[in-house]
Design a protein around this ligand. Structure first.
Ligand SMILES: Nc1ncnc2c1ncn2[C@@H]1O[C@H](COP(=O)(O)OP(=O)(O)O)[C@@H](O)[C@H]1O
Ligand SMILES: [Mg+2]
Length: 243
């Protein structure tokens, strides 16, 4: 059996004296589509930052495809195939889509993006017809897909998406959902954070719930969202009812 794509054991992160991530242990099997949910401020983005090497954990172990990568920095993880997108766009607005992908690749790896790789990513995300358009002129739905395409251009095998559907129309969200499924079909393992539970529930096979830095539930999405402590964690934030 192949090792999990991602495995966390007792991962803890503090800012000052405050523990923001508290002993989180979780596994993401290779090929899985996994949701990470929880109220605002639960620590979802911080956990992504820890996993992707933007901040270091103070305790715990992280392994990626069976390799211990605890303390590895982002650029090293990207070279191994672990990439993420950010809340909000991080694109090169004065460049074309094709240029954005080439530059995203160059910043992270020694070798350039080949024409074949470019074509493959553009086809996967249905972006071929926009490849020469300047990034800043694209609607939000396409900018979001561009952010994902840029992460893919580094050769990602595991991709963490931070609120990919935020601010998108229902139609754009549907396109995004289909695109993410296609990535998964070509072998990319996914962990997705989003407030739009309808979008997530139609997408993932498993969900884990974070509340105040702790993992409080882990299982099929339809089951975890009905657990009393998950519902309780959301009360006040009203995120669970949000569309
Ligand atoms: N760089 C930082 N320094 C101090 N506190 C931070 C920092 N980044 C995030 N936090 C705090 O960590 C908590 C979790 O934040 P975050 O990971 O952004 O939550 P989420 O993405 O689930 O909304 C919040 O209380 C936030 O204020
Ligand atoms: Mg966040």
């Amino acid at each position: 059996m192949s090792p999990p794509a991602l495995s966390l054991t007792g991962v803890t992160k503090k800012f000052g004296q405050t523990e923001i991530i508290r002993g989180v242990s979780m596994n993401v099997a290779a090929g899985e589509r996994h949701a990470l949910i929880g109220p605002n401020g639960a620590g979802k983005t911080t956990l992504f930052n820890v996993i992707t090497g933007f901040v270091r954990p103070v305790a715990g172990r992280i392994s990626f495809r069976g390799q211990d990568v605890t303390g590895y920095l982002a650029h090293r993880l990207v070279r191994l195939g672990l990439a993420r997108t950010f809340q909000g766009a991080r694109i090169f607005s004065n460049m074309s889509i094709a240029e954005c992908l080439a530059v995203a690749r160059r910043r992270r790896t020694a070798d350039a993006l080949s024409a074949a790789e470019l074509d493959e990513i553009l086809a996967l995300l249905d972006l071929e017809k926009y490849m020469s358009e300047q990034a800043s002129t694209l609607p939000s739905g396409l900018i979001r897909l561009l952010g994902i395409a840029m992460a893919l251009s580094t050769g990602a095998r595991l991709l963490l998406l931070d609120e990919p559907a935020a601010g998108l129309s229902a139609e754009e969200t549907e396109v995004l959902q289909r695109s993410i499924r296609r990535l998964n079909q070509v072998g990319v393992t996914l962990v997705v954070v989003d407030h739009n539970l309808q979008f997530l529930m139609g997408l993932v096979s498993r969900a884990i719930v974070l509340d105040a830095g702790r993992l409080i539930a882990d299982g099929p999405p339809g089951v975890v969202t009905t657990e009393p402590r998950v519902i309780e964690a959301y009360i006040g934030g009203a995120d669970l009812a949000e569309d």
